[in-house]
Every structure is written in C-alpha cells, then in structure tokens.
Design a protein around this ligand. Structure first.
Ligand SMILES: C[S@@+](CC[C@H](N)C(=O)[O-])C[C@H]1O[C@@H](n2cnc3c(N)ncnc32)[C@H](O)[C@@H]1O
Length: 238
C-alpha cells in the first residue's frame, strides 16, 4: 500500500472532490487522518463479517476504494470458500487494486457504478462510507436493492458520517472533528478547502433518516455498533 502524505488541499485552487488519480496514492493517509476510528472499524467489520458469512456465499464491498475492508476480511476469514466482490466507480481506484492486490485470489475488483450493478445473493454487504456519495434520489433504491440481494440471515454493515438533529450538537461535533484533523497535521486552510470541495458531493443524513430508510425498505432490525465523533456504523439485519 502506498502511504504518500495527503497534501491535496495545500493547493489554493479548490475543485469538486473526485476519487481520481491525485487521491489514489494519498487515500490511505487521507482517510486515517480524517476519519476517527477508521482502523478500528475496518478490523471489526472483518470480525462482524466472519461471524455472519454463510458457507460458499458472496460478500459485497460496495464503494471499496483501495479494498481495505475486502482485504481485511480475506485475511480474517481465510477461507477459499468465500467470494468477495469489491466494486468502485473510480477507475483509478480499481486499477490500483488490480495492480497491487492480485495475490488476493478470492477478491474480484470491479469497476462499475453500484447503482447499476446487479447484485447476486449475498450473506454480507458492506457500504463503508459510500452511501454518503450517492445522489439523494438513488439512496433508497440502492438500500432496497441490497435488501433484496441478501439471503434470509444476511446483514448490511453500513458506516456513514452523519449530521446531528440539533444545531448545537452539529457545531459541537464539527468543532471536535476539525480539532481531530488539526491534531493529525491538517491546517485550517486545508480543512476549509476540503469542506468546500466536498459540498454537494458528500450528501449526509442524520441517524433517524438512515434508520427510517432501513425500516422502510424492509430490514427487521438495525444496531448502531460503532461511533466516533460524527462517524457511525450499523449492523442491519434482514
Ligand atoms: C469514502 S470512500 C469509501 C472507503 C472504503 N469503503 C474503505 O473502507 O476504505 C467512497 C468510495 O465510494 C466510491 N463511490 C462513490 N459513488 C459510487 C458509485 N455510484 N458506484 C461505485 N462506487 C462509488 C468512490 O469512488 C470512493 O472510492
């Protein structure tokens, strides 16, 4: 894994955020310095998957970026009988995975838009900070498609940055998150430029909206199992 330091937003020119060739080499550094609890999440998503994966079944990692979840699951489950399909619509991300992770024989990396991809029956589906990049009018449809693809005991593991229901809490958490990033070496200017670059690209919901969506498409139960500042993760049961 390349670990180049993320200096993208030292550049004063701000453009709409994309998961492009500039982001690929710095992605791991960017996500570790920006998402509190990320490493713990990846480790535990692999453990949750190990507990729930059915024999000879499919695992989907949707919006896989550099395949961190998929690779951790493959390492943790260590079975040739599972098949992991990791999908991303960033050609550069998937090219990187093809070039660097061909030793992971049970992961198939696919360049595709997850809104168009036809899912086969699966026991575990992972959306780790991906739904927040899906257009608002397509979110319900994607979650419903995942519900329909899951087998009887299947689970969705979904992580998202969330907005708060009260303005006070939102400002409080934003302040702490920005402090987290500054402690990880980002300047105020970098933080402000990235926020601008992500506006209208990262489309956040609050916890209630997510949980209502899970219920509306038919999921029986959801459990918020991880939270770090305004970054949360659920296990959602069919
Ligand atoms: C924050 S990253 C996800 C991080 C990754 N899941 C992990 O655990 O390291 C969001 C990813 O979703 C991908 N993405 C956004 N919209 C997508 C779509 N419609 N289809 C497939 N991938 C998409 C982006 O290209 C990006 O790589």
């Amino acid at each position: 894994m390349q670990k180049k330091v993320d200096k993208i937003f030292l550049d004063k020119k701000v453009k709409k955020f994309e998961f492009d060739q500039k982001v690929v080499p710095v992605f791991q550094d960017m996500i570790l310095r920006s998402v509190p609890g990320y490493e713990n999440l990846i480790k535990n998503i692999s453990i949750i998957t190990k507990k729930n994966v059915a024999k000879n079944s499919m695992i989907y990692d949707l919006g896989c970026s550099l395949g961190a979840c998929s690779r951790k699951i493959a390492d943790e489950v260590q079975s040739e009988k599972i098949k992991i399909v990791a999908i991303d619509n960033s050609e550069q991300m998937i090219n990187y995975c093809h070039e660097n992770y061909s030793n992971y024989k049970n992961i198939t990396f696919i360049h595709e838009d997850i809104n168009n991809f036809k899912l086969e029956t699966a026991s575990v589906v992972i959306l780790n900070f991906t739904l927040q990049f899906i257009k608002r009018d397509l979110k319900d449809q994607l979650i419903a498609k995942i519900f329909n693809a899951l087998d009887e005991k299947g689970i969705l593991v979904i992580s998202e940055k969330v907005i708060s229901e009260s303005k006070e809490e939102e400002l409080f958490l934003q302040d702490y998150h920005e402090f987290f990033k500054s402690c990880n070496g980002y300047t105020k200017e970098e933080i402000d430029r990235k926020k601008l670059s992500l506006s209208n690209v990262m489309l956040l919901d609050n916890i209630k909206t997510h949980e209502r969506r899970f219920k509306d498409v038919g999921f029986s139960d959801s459990c918020l199992w991880h939270r770090s500042y305004n970054f949360v993760s659920w296990i959602v049961r069919k």
